[in-house]
Design a protein. Sequence first.
Length: 325
Amino acid sequence: MIGWSGLPDVIGLGEIMVQFNAVTPGPLRHVTYFEKHAAGAEANVAVCVRRQGLGSGFITRLGADEFGIYLYNWLRGEGVDVSQIKFDTTAPTGIYFVQRGFPVPGKSSVIYYRRGSAASKLSEEDINPEYFANARALHLTGITPALSDSALKASKKAVECAKNHGCKLSFDTNIRPPLWRSAEEAAKTLLPFVEQADILFTDLADTIILLGEKEVDKAIESYLSMGVEIVVFKLGAKGAIAASKGERVMARGYQVTVVDTIGAGDALAGTFLACTLKGFSLERSLKFAVAAGTLVVTVRGDQENLPTQHDLETFLKAFEGNDIG
Ligand code: KDG
């Protein structure tokens, strides 16, 4: 974990925001106290990869404000390379709120205040091709291309740079409906990223939007036939499936007390990606990934409970035989 060379194995591109997480469950109008956290899909993965002992770097724009400084220091403190982060004096750092346990007990939802944020100004200028020279994977999600036209262009350029340098594209479909004008727009914009993905993370809700497919097995086959090398299909509390052309494995979810579901998918993706880069088998990588997602739902905040390899081994020892049948 300590003492890496400074060169990122995994590069994340996206928006990190201040998350204000409701201390008590219920509708936000009745919540008095909020807890401050650093969060955002691709940044969660960058921190996750570091906790797993590999190097990571993050590309974004932050507002030149108190929240921007907080997020910059947070990432730096986690050992994420911040050399590609710019402070934008023309726009604020994005924030969002998490409402927990209402209207669906055990589920959280997000309310954004991010339109016009500094990260939405991300553009091709922010992507330095040299930065990809020694990296092994670019992690991107369906959130960044939705932020603005210029962020979409930056996403495309990052994929091109990654491909030029032989980096794998790790893509999580992460369709966030409030960020899109329509489901059709999301599908049309994101399918080209899916087609270029080496490792794809997705779930049923996103797959219905992308492929119009409601059956998990058929969806996995479709993604593999598009050229995706590994598909990781998230099944929520039930666990996840990982599939490549010749292999398919499932890891079941674990029964725990759920505090906040936001960020679990990123813990799963970051852990799976790191384990795959370490050369672990599909089965071992997925088992660790589901365990990491499970740990994250037991606390507020997306990043605090991201585990190390040792934490995962301890978790699995304690939970052996305690998965949801
Ligand atoms: O995956 C968790 C993220 O969705 C959350 O942290 C907020 O990045 C976020 C987003 O854009 O929805």
